[in-house]
Structure formats: structure tokens, C-alpha cells
Design a binder for this molecule. Structure first.
Ligand code: PGA
Length: 262
């Protein structure tokens, strides 16, 4: 794991968008794994800016989102499809027909997971997967105790996740407690992973992910098994790490090497 500690959320977004921009410049038809939630918003804003400035294009990109609520149709304002349309897809030149979100309204939810996996394989696999992390260590909606070999499937959300996400729903609005999510094995197959976490509320999950044991209680710790993962965190999210000095020292060295070769 490469741990990148930034001074704030803006710098975290700059760092994360750098990896996306780099990929799009070298592989115009890249397959992106995308995420929803508050954390990726600044990264999407930065990417939209880079698109507007002509630095990158999404024209040939295919994308797969991590997850979707079960019981919400794509046009529901709280669906993750709506989130993506509003916060990224409508603002760049991506071909909407090549953007995929797991179907929260599938007639047969049991078939929907394997079908989504097949689509990812047919697209050539995910080049770069963006992740947030839950305060309980979840990635996608793989809640604690999810199997490390799990595939796209229906998951029941924990009370904590439902509570954390209730801020997006009106008090009297139906809030789903089931989701369809890529599995941990699906995520681990991405060629590169960028996980972003900001704020003190994520500090315990971040410490467990990076320095804790490989453990089903912290699904993100499964990324210890991934060979090309960048964890981009602001100082607040990094506040419970033990080896901060080492991560900063390593990053400084890498930045110097990169500067030499660019
Ligand atoms: P957040 O969610 O970015 O809204 O904090 C992250 C997640 O639950 O994966």
C-alpha cells in the first residue's frame, strides 16, 4: 500500500485526480471503477475542471460503479445512478451508454450480480477503482464480515451505515437497507485502486485498513492483498496511524523521483 497523507481534502482530491488523469492520458478507453458518497465529490470536481481545460477526455471511457441501493429506480433522486449523472456524467463528455451502475431495481436480484461481473470482464476489467471508506471500514457496501472472496451481490446494510447515510434522505422518505455491491474479490481484481478518506470520523477505519490485521471486521484491510493501492488521506483521517513519519518520508522521496523524470 502506498500511503499519501495530504494537508486537507482539497489536496487529497488533487492527488487522486492525478492518477485518473494520468490513466486517461495513456489509455483513452480506460475502464474506471467509480464511487459515490461525499468523499469523491471533490475528486470529481477536479476531474471536471481538467476536462473543461482540455487536459482529459472521457469520450472513450467505460465506467462501473461500486454499488446501488436495492429498491430505488435509476431515476430516483437518491439513487447512485442519479448521483453519478448529477456529479460527473452530465458534466463531462462520457458516453452514458458506457456507464454502468448495479441495477437496484433488477427483477431478479440474484442474477443481477453475476451479470454485472460478466459485464466487467467483457469490458476488459477495471483499470482504476476509486473507493471511499465507511467509518466501519466498509468498501463499496461490503460491510464488516463480508467475505474477502465476495462478488457482486445483495448485502444488508448495517445500522451504522443506514444511520451514516440517512443525511441524504428526508426524515419521512423510504431509505433502503439493502444494496447491490461489487464484492471484495471484484474490487481486488482492479489493476489499480485509489482509496480516499478525509476527516477524523474515518481515522479508526483508516488505521485498521493500513496497520491492522487482515480482518473481516475491516473489509478495507483486504486491500493489503492488492498490489497497486494508493490510500490518500488528509491529516485528520491519518491521525491514528503509527507510522506517519515513514509514510511522509516515502512520499517525499517518491515525489522527488517523479519530479526528476517528468
Ligand atoms: P462518504 O462514504 O464518502 O459519504 O463518507 C464513504 C463510504 O461509505 O464508502
Amino acid at each position: 500500500m502506498e500511503v499519501i497523507i495530504t494537508k486537507d481534502a482539497d489536496e487529497a482530491a488533487q492527488r487522486a485526480s492525478y492518477f485518473f488523469a494520468n490513466l486517461l492520458k495513456t489509455k483513452a478507453n480506460a475502464v474506471l471503477g467509480l464511487a459515490t458518497g461525499s468523499t469523491p465529490l471533490k475528486t470529481y470536481e477536479t476531474l471536471i475542471q481538467k476536462y473543461k481545460e482540455g487536459e482529459i477526455s472521457f469520450k472513450e471511457v467505460t465506467s462501473f460503479n461500486l454499488d446501488e441501493y436495492v429498491g430505488l429506480s435509476p431515476d430516483h433522486p437518491q439513487s447512485y445512478r442519479s448521483f453519478m449523472n448529477e456529479n460527473l456524467f452530465s458534466k463531462v463528455d462520457i458516453d452514458l451508454t458506457k456507464t454502468f451502475v448495479p441495477p437496484g431495481d433488477a427483477k431478479n436480484p440474484l442474477e443481477a450480480g453475476p451479470a454485472y461481473e460478466k459485464m466487467i470482464i467483457e469490458a476488459g476489467g477495471i483499470d482504476l477503482q476509486l473507493l471511499g471508506i465507511g467509518a466501519n471500514g466498509h468498501i463499496g457496501f461490503n460491510e464488516p464480515t463480508s467475505s474477502m472472496r465476495s462478488r457482486t451481490r445483495i448485502k444488508t446494510l448495517t445500522e451504522k451505515t443506514v444511520k451514516d447515510n440517512s443525511r441524504f434522505f428526508a426524515p419521512d422518505e423510504f431509505q433502503p437497507s439493502l444494496a447491490i455491491t461489487m464484492g471484495i474479490a471484484t474490487i481486488l481484481e482492479a489493476r489499480q485502486v485509489v482509496l480516499i478518506a478525509t476527516g477524523e470520523g474515518k481515522a479508526d477505519a483508516v488505521a485498521a485498513t493500513i496497520e491492522g490485521p487482515l480482518c473481516a471486521m475491516c473489509p478495507a484491510s483486504s486491500l493489503q492483498l492488492h498490489e497497486n493501492t494508493k490510500i490518500i488521506i488528509d491529516e485528520a483521517a491519518a491521525s491514528k496511524l503509527k507510522l506517519t513519519e515513514y509514510y511522509n518520508y516515502t512520499l517525499d522521496k517518491q515525489d522527488k523521483i517523479l519530479a526528476e523524470f517528468s
